[in-house]
Design a protein around this ligand. Structure first.
Ligand code: MF3
Ligand code: CO
Ligand code: CO
Length: 270
């Protein structure tokens, strides 16, 4: 049966379940725009994965992302977003997220790095990130990166229309903890598409079968940050952007932009 917003809203509200606002449901036209932004964003991350190597700087990654995005007809959303000074986030080892590229930070053998790209195409946004392992990485870092990707893929596998929002976080946290890792609580995923960050907030932890019901047409990111050690983090006061783990342990993150469809889900950027 075709999705009817008013009908489903009434049905779930009678059950006392929080429902999405109309604004959270994208139109076909909007979805097509976000899909195109996602295709560009994925190509940019593929390009980074071909070029990334020990000895290059995070500023070099910034240039690759800026050049490729522009070549494909898009714009980099991070640049000047709330004062962010660069076109991409590059977060190395104990940096959890929002690392700022610079010409002094050189990738070295054994580093793990997250590259987080967000493309604007004809006004539509898609947001995704991946981990890259530089040269020979130790076994624990490999396991951290693998488990992080598994957390995200498991959560996505269980996603379907009329699932509950906190199921996502439940699945992520369970898998992380089973592997001896922790989940960062302070930063979550988000609605995306018409703006960079929209409602709803997507938790990466929580209780099964709770939270908002997910309707077809919703587009949001899932972007778990998984730590080797403590889940606790702090903000770098010198730039007011970069988040680090409290204990200096390494952190890993993958991010997809996903669409809830009438029958399942579609990954719009990865
Ligand atoms: N791309 C990040 C996210 O996943 C947000 C970065 S904000 C920026 O939500 F300004 F640092 F780019
Ligand atoms: Co995001
Ligand atoms: Co992102």
């Amino acid at each position: 049966m075709k999705f009817n917003f008013e009908e489903q809203t009434l049905k779930y509200q009678k059950l006392g379940i929080v429902t999405p606002t109309k604004k959270m449901i994208k139109t076909e036209e909007q979805i097509e725009g976000i899909r195109k932004a996602g295709i560009i964003n994925t190509k940019v991350l593929d390009y980074v994965s071909e070029k990334i190597h020990a000895g290059m700087t995070t500023e070099d990654i910034n240039r690759l992302v800026q050049e490729k995005t522009t070549e494909l007809g898009g714009n980099c959303a991070p640049l000047n977003y709330e004062g962010f000074p660069k076109s991409v986030c590059t977060s190395i080892n104990d940096q959890v997220c929002h690392g700022i590229p610079d010409m002094h930070t050189i990738l070295k053998n054994g580093d793990i790095i997250n590259v987080d790209c967000t493309t604007i195409y004809q006004g539509y946004y898609a947001d995704a990130s991946r981990m890259f392992m530089i040269g020979e990485v130790d076994a624990e870092a490999k396991r951290l990166v693998r488990v992080t990707k598994e957390c995200l893929d498991l959560a996505v596998k269980e996603l379907k229309p009329y699932a509950r929002l906190r199921d996502i976080g439940y699945t992520i946290e369970k898998h992380a903890k089973e592997n001896g890792f922790s989940v960062v609580h302070e930063i979550g995923g988000h609605g995306v598409g018409i703006e960079f960050h929209e409602d709803p907030y997507i938790y990466h932890y929580g209780r099964k079968n709770t939270g908002m019901v997910l309707f077809p047409g919703m587009v949001f990111t899932i972007e778990p940050m998984i730590n080797e050690g403590t889940r606790h983090v702090f903000l770098d006061a010198s730039n007011n952007w970069t988040i680090y783990t409290d204990d200096g342990g390494r952190s890993s993150q993958f991010e997809y932009t996903v669409l809830i469809t009438e029958t399942g889900i579609e990954i719009l950027a990865y």
